[in-house]
Design a protein around this ligand. Structure first.
Ligand code: HQG
Length: 172
């Protein structure tokens, strides 16, 4: 799998489609043919990135003529995900430098549309390790859900919510 191509695709489908002359519809989809032309790759190469991407970041629609990122956008899209009941516990991987602010304000979406939470501690460790020594927050998702907070789960298994108040953390 071509990691460089995967990164270019992430940029195009999540953050800056205009840079490649692409437009996303309201749900984040764009034509595969336009993507192939913009990235100058053939369908087989794109299929390999979609199929083998380590986090299944991209998905084709049911006809295979459109493609979108499954989560992680900074451009406004509505993925149309239905609310889902989370597991009792979810995890968030971050780094120590962010903790004072997180303890004060809770987890905020920052540049994305949602706070991203992981179903396993292992995944959260990988997410946190992108920024340094990972620190794992354990989140009482059952209590959040009981308190009326809404969760969605992306096509690639990332749990999304608007905000996680400090009251829901089990700090390390
Ligand atoms: C932190 C990658 C200060 C938060 C990953 C994180 C994931 C705060 C950073 C996905 C804060 C945001 C998402 C607050 C949150 N004060 N810092 N109040 N609230 N933060 O990248 O969760 O490769 O937007 O802890 O693997 O790290 O894109 O979110 O460190 O799945 O597919 O602010 O992105 O996936 O960073 O990562 P991000 P994230 P992809």
């Amino acid at each position: 799998m071509d990691i460089k191509l995967s990164k270019r695709l992430s940029k195009a489908l999540r953050h800056d489609p205009a840079h490649l002359g692409l437009t996303l519809d309201a749900a984040g989809w764009t034509d595969v043919s336009a993507v192939l032309a913009a990235l100058r790759v053939d369908r087989e190469t794109l299929d390999a990135v979609v199929a083998e991407n380590n986090k299944q970041r991209f998905a084709y629609d049911e006809t295979g003529t459109r493609i979108r990122a499954s989560q992680g956008h900074s451009v406004p899209v509505d993925l149309g995900l239905l609310p889902a009941t989370p597991p009792d516990v979810l995890y968030h991987g971050t780094v120590a430098a962010a903790l004072p602010s997180i303890e004060a304000d809770g987890l905020r979406p920052m540049n994305r549309h949602h706070v991203h939470l992981s179903a396993t501690r292992e995944t959260a460790v990988t997410v946190g390790a992108r920024r340094g020594k990972p620190v794992i927050l354990v989140i009482d998702a059952a209590r959040m859900a009981a308190d009326g907070h809404v969760f969605h789960v992306s096509a690639n298994g990332v749990w999304l919510t608007d905000h996680v108040g400090p009251a829901y953390f089990d700090l390390p």
